[in-house]
Write a protein that binds this ligand. Structure first.
Ligand code: SMO
Length: 788
């Protein structure tokens, strides 16, 4: 790493690959997931779901289910309507009306898999048997599953009581006069880009254990979520309880990826059963349910245009796109970042994004790692290569020529995003160098001995991480803030306990939080223990999403650790009768800076504070601090990926032989963790780019590949070798210069691989504009071009 632009704290703990706090328990099988929670007298819930994409519920008769041995409680739509409010949306699409989304379908169900009835029984199998005994009479209604067809005037309307079409909301952002630039430009390239419907597929499906103690008026929910404090808020609203009456606990979470952002219908149902029965109720989603009833993601159609002059200078970029939100709003609302990073890393003053958020009779679309950014990257990066070919320019030089320059940052893009800092071109050059672009450009297009053709493709990107501000979120109607919050509490063993509402879902928050506390306070990393995900034992925070945890939490950790360190030094100064400025905290002791022999153990200082016995006059007892921190703006990660492919031009079969990812996530807290995050997101990015697609049959409206046998998730063996390189430009808007890293890997695989295939097949004039990129798609594109 170039040392000059890295802001690494002098104590050296930030920036080192310390052992992960989470590994020991997870590797030993001591992790505690929601399904591991087994209270006494536990009952189990099963949910009956609509088998049609769109149907009126004419009649529900549950009488035979009630009679089955072991059945304790049955809920139908009317029960839910009487006892609850509709589910709320944490990040509604601006301008979208609220839809009356109840935990069980009321008169009409709008997607296959929507909950219609639920049963609590002594075991899951009894509950599922009971579902079979419930008579639901459906009247199938006309359905629409294609996002563009859903906008046609003759399409069946999903929510006629609220909307007279399936357009949930339309909005646009932009500046300048891009349509005029299009007319003036020497060249305009455009295309329609179809992004596939995929799903996040966490290894742990959704799960909840709900327990109600009426005497205590306390509903405790163990729930697999990224946002326990927000689940608590949404459950309170829906169940007509106060937040005081709910405790949400997320222990280990087996992957969130954006899917587990907020309350789901089944969380409400399990709570209602538990409250009616005064017994704990568990629901663990099975994989078939997960495919139909959690959330899907990404599906959208982008009509993207780039205008340029003859030298390749970009004059305007526009994206008019429709995103599919499915049959209802999901708890977090659909992806909203395509517009924010409309132009990627390229400098352009004139541009707009116009979005139509569209209802279809499919599973609701929610957040998924990347949240709109992989989608738009595929469109603009495919067109950058088209533009290079049209103008006979080197695609690397065309990109470099148009990238926002380091000295021009911060810079506001046409949709109002302020890119903070970075050296975008350096990442591009590093990727080109690493993949061997110049040799390939000069000699690489000669067919290999076996007839295969090699190609190299690039994808450059910026990624928004975190949020601009609470003010920005308020303007958009979001129900949460931009800050993160922690409590630090010293203990009588000489350690520091950290309490956070962030749940730990594989992103290594416990490790990174402990690193910051250790670094700022000076205490040993091993003496810091992080307690995560319990609303009953953490300050009211925001949560783990938007790649935002570290960029916000690091500031709160720093402030709280500094406050405790100052107090620790004052107490030690009084004890040692030395000026506090001459002391430092070093591992397990406070010592004189220039004389190690003069020291006092931290355990003694902490005990003094906690007991209040012997604290100097003017000091309060206690050694505890809570801090809330909001970064001054969002931080933009950036980078370039490069793929080397070989393609069989007869069959379209291809392989990704190398994949280089050059990435800048600002100051790195833990290199191993960052590499793991980038690799994990790349795996999901490759799945969405090459193999994953949720397919619906147009005639029946059924999901046809909702199982792990039919939906192809890449395994480690399916991935190309991943070569990771980093730069480390500190962000000026976050503590320590940290940028988010959790989602970035999902962004570039689709465009990089498609561009590489189109490069290999340049002589055939093949242009790929849909995801996923399959050998069949390549073969079809070749066949289309070969046809007269
Ligand atoms: S899609 Mo992420 O959890 O903001």
């Amino acid at each position: 790493l170039p040392a000059d632009d890295a802001t690494v704290s002098p104590r050296g703990v930030i920036g080192t690959s310390v052992t992960r706090k989470e590994d020991d328990r997870l590797l030993r099988g001591d992790g505690r997931f929601t399904d591991d929670v087994e209270p006494a007298h536990l009952l189990h819930m099963a949910v009956g779901r609509c088998p049609y994409p769109h149907a009126r519920i004419v009649r529900v008769d549950a009488s035979r289910a009630w009679e089955l041995d072991g059945v304790k409680h049955v809920l139908v739509g009317a029960d839910v309507r009487a006892a609850t409010e509709p589910l709320t949306v944490l990040r509604p699409v601006p301008g979208a009306p609220a839809l009356p989304y109840y935990a069980l379908a009321q008169d009409v169900a709008t997607h296959e898999g929507q909950p219609v009835v639920s049963v609590a029984a002594t075991s899951r199998h009894v509950a599922e048997d009971a579902l079979e005994l419930i008579d639901v009479e459906y009247e199938p209604l006309p359905h629409v599953v294609d996002v563009l067809a859903a906008l046609e005037p003759d399409a069946p309307v999903l929510h006629p009581s609220v909307l007279d079409s399936n357009l949930l909301a339309a909005n646009s952002d932009g500046s300048g006069d891009p349509d005029r630039r299009m007319l003036e430009a020497d060249v305009v390239v455009e295309g329609r880009f179809r992004i596939n419907r995929v799903t996040a597929l966490p290894m742990e499906t959704r799960a909840i254990v709900a327990e109600w103690r009426p005497g205590a008026r306390e509903l405790t929910v163990h729930v697999s979520t990224q946002v326990p404090h927000l689940v608590r808020k949404q459950l309170a609203e829906t169940l007509r309880l106060t937040e005081s009456e709910i405790r949400a606990i997320a222990s280990d979470v087996g992957g969130g990826f954006g899917l587990k952002l907020g309350v789901f219908p089944e969380d409400v149902l399990a709570s209602l059963h538990a409250m009616a029965l005064r017994r704990p109720v568990k629901w663990v989603e099975d994989r078939a349910e997960h495919f139909r009833a959690s959330t899907h993601a990404r599906e959208s159609v982008h009509d993207y245009r780039i205008a340029a002059d003859a030298s390749g200078r970009i004059l305007a970029m526009t994206d008019v796109y429709a995103t599919d939100i499915g049959g209802w709003n999901s708890p977090f609302g659909s992806a909203q970042l395509s517009s924010v990073v409309l132009n990627g890393p390229y400098r352009v003053e004139d541009g707009y994004a116009e979005r139509r958020v569209t209802l279809t009779n499919k599973t609701p679309v929610g957040a998924y790692r990347g949240y709109g950014q992989p989608e738009v990257n595929f469109a603009y990066e495919r067109l950058m290569d088209t533009l290079a070919r049209r103008l006979d320019l080197d695609p690397v030089e065309l990109r470099a020529q148009n990238m926002v320059k380091q000295q021009d940052l911060p810079w506001k893009n046409p949709t109002g995003a302020v890119y903070d800092s970075g050296d975008y071109e350096r990442c591009l050059r590093m990727a080109a160098e690493a993949i061997g672009w110049s040799e390939h450009r000069d000699t690489g297009r000669v067919p290999r001995a076996d007839g295969r053709l090699a190609g190299i493709g690039f994808s450059s990107f910026v990624e928004r991480t975190g949020y601009a501000s609470a003010r920005f979120l308020a303007r958009r109607g979001s129900q949460f803030g931009a800050h993160e919050s922690v409590t630090l509490r010293a203990n009588r063993s000489g350690g520091i306990d950290v309490y956070t509402g962030v749940s730990t879902m594989g992103q290594s928050a416990e490790t990174a939080f402990a690193q910051v506390v250790s670094d700022v306070f000076g205490v040993d990393y091993e003496a810091v223990k992080v307690h995560a995900g319990d609303t009953g034992a953490s300050p009211l925070n925001t949560g783990a999403f938007a790649s935002r945890t570290m960029i916000a939490a690091a500031g709160a950790l720093k402030a709280a650790a500094e406050e405790l360190a100052a107090k620790t030094l004052r107490l030690a100064a009084a004890r040692l009768e030395i000026d506090a400025a001459d002391l430092q905290i070093d591992g397990s002791v406070v010592r004189r800076r220039d004389d190690e022999a003069v020291q006092v153990p931290l355990v003694e200082i902490f005990t003094t504070a906690i007991t209040g016995q012997g604290i100097p006059p003017g000091e309060d007892p206690g050694m505890e601090s809570t801090s809330h921190f909001e970064p001054s703006d969002a931080a933009y990660s950036f980078g370039t990926a490069a793929a080397l492919v070989s393609v069989d031009p007869l069959t379209g079969e291809f392989g990704v032989e190398r994949f280089v990812m050059v990435h800048d996530g600002g100051t790195v807290v833990n290199p191993t963790v960052v590499a793991g995050q980038v690799r994990g997101a790349l795996a999901q990015g490759f799945g969405a780019a090459l193999t994953e697609e949720l397919r619906y049959d147009g005639d029946t409206g059924q999901l046809v590949n909702g199982s792990m046998l039919d939906y192809f998730v890449p395994t480690a063996a399916d991935l190309p070798p991943l070569e990771l390189l980093h730069t480390e430009v500190a962000s000026p808007v976050t503590p320590f210069g940290i940028r988010g890293v959790g989602e970035v890997g999902t962004i570039p695989p689709g465009a990089a691989v498609a561009n590489a295939i189109c490069d290999a097949l340049a002589d055939f004039g093949v242009e790929l504009s849909s995801l996923p990129i399959t050998p069949e798609a390549v073969w079809r594109a070749l066949a289309d071009r070969a046809a007269p």
